[in-house]
Design a protein around this ligand. Structure first.
Ligand SMILES: Nc1nc2c(ncn2[C@@H]2O[C@H](COP(=O)(O)OP(=O)(O)OP(=O)(O)O)[C@@H](O)[C@H]2O)c(=O)[nH]1
Ligand SMILES: [Mg+2]
Length: 316
């Protein structure tokens, strides 16, 4: 039980294995967030000097200028209206604000089959995310179909083909150079006819600076809607957490090309910062749907703002 209901908005609590999350965020926790915790864990008020240190800490953890300013202003406003209670530290208050920043409401639209399109620049983890999600949903008894709309390289189709065989999940593919829109159309048609629950469509990684490729993606998006009204129900922008602030520019361009509905933040295990999560949400106003905290199947987690912040700021 769990992931499917969560994905479809039937259950609000994300079934994320605490251990993977905790282990995956270890680098970030031990580098930047530990300093923040130690610094503000004992503070009972916000001095001007504290404000500067807080700003510096957030910026150095990749939180980015916009989200940092939002947080500082929110903290100040919150302290003005409600001073810290006797057992409350500045860290407690900050935690609440950090969680609030990441909590973007999302109500999945109705859709049968439920179609999810995965987009993003090269090598961020789209295909592995598709495979891991497919695996998890299959183990929950869902009928899952994969669409290989990354027709750019033969190796990409082979990669998804190998996953399809290994997981025993059918794949719609058309060979290298085929129109990714046609693959998408066919996959959705098949899913309608054969009553699949969910279709996961993998697309080719593309640099956000390459306009023709971004136009191609916009076409894939439109074709999905022609195959099934309302599809794709989700467009997940996959972002590599180790990219740093360039991720913000990527998000901007992908959002302009397709109607992204959410984010997948991968490779959080590989960064010592982790703050890009706040920067991305503050800019895109999109919810983070999944995070990747390692390379195994269990390391793709449905995102919970509360668990994420608690883990970043946990004591050990
Ligand atoms: N450490 C770690 N590695 C990850 C994570 N997610 C994906 N990877 C690795 O990232 C590499 C690239 O993943 P792919 O899924 O092939 O990326 P992609 O976006 O499909 O790449 P293109 O199709 O070339 O654009 C693989 O080696 C994955 O195992 C994660 O959360 N943590
Ligand atoms: Mg790929």
């Amino acid at each position: 039980m769990g992931l499917w209901e969560w994905l479809r908005g039937k259950k609000t609590e994300a079934p994320s294995p605490a251990l993977s999350l905790h282990k995956g965020l270890e680098k970030s926790r031990r580098t930047f967030w530990e300093r923040l915790r130690d610094f503000f864990g004992s503070r009972a008020g916000l001095e001007a000097a504290d404000q500067e240190s807080l700003e510096e800490l957030l910026l150095s953890a990749d939180v980015g200028p916009t989200a940092t300013q939002t947080l500082l202003q929110a903290l100040e406003a919150s302290l003005r209206t409600t001073p810290l209670g006797p057992n409350e530290t500045l860290l407690d208050r900050l935690k609440v604000l950090l969680i609030r920043l990441l909590e973007v409401p999302f109500e999945p639209p109705e859709g049968q089959p439920y179609v999810i399109l995965f987009v993003g620049v090269n090598g961020v983890g789209k295909t592995t995310t598709v495979a891991r999600l497919a695996y998890r949903l299959k183990t929950e008894g869902k009928k899952v179909l994969l669409g290989a709309a990354d027709t750019f390289r033969a190796a990409a189709i082979e990669q998804l083909h190998a996953w399809s065989t290994r997981l025993g999940i059918p794949l719609v593919e058309k060979g290298m150079g085929a129109d990714p829109g046609a693959v998408t159309y066919e996959a959705i048609q098949k899913a309608i006819k054969e009553q699949y629950d969910v279709v996961l469509i993998d697309t080719a990684g593309r640099l956000h600076t390459r306009t023709p490729l971004m136009q191609e993606l916009a076409k894939v998006y439109r074709v999905a809607g022609k195959a099934l009204a309302g599809a794709p129900h989700e467009v997940l922008l996959v972002v590599d957490a180790t990219t740093g602030q360039n991720a913000l520019r990527q998000a901007e361009v992908f959002q302009a090309a397709t109607h992204c509905t959410g984010l997948v933040l991968t490779k959080l295990d590989g960064t010592a910062k982790g703050g890009i999560a706040f920067a991305l949400v503050a800019q895109t106003k999109l919810p983070i749907r999944f995070i990747g905290v390692g390379e195994s199947a269990e390391d793709l987690l449905p995102f919970s703002a509360q668990d994420f912040v608690e883990s970043l700021l946990a004591k050990n």
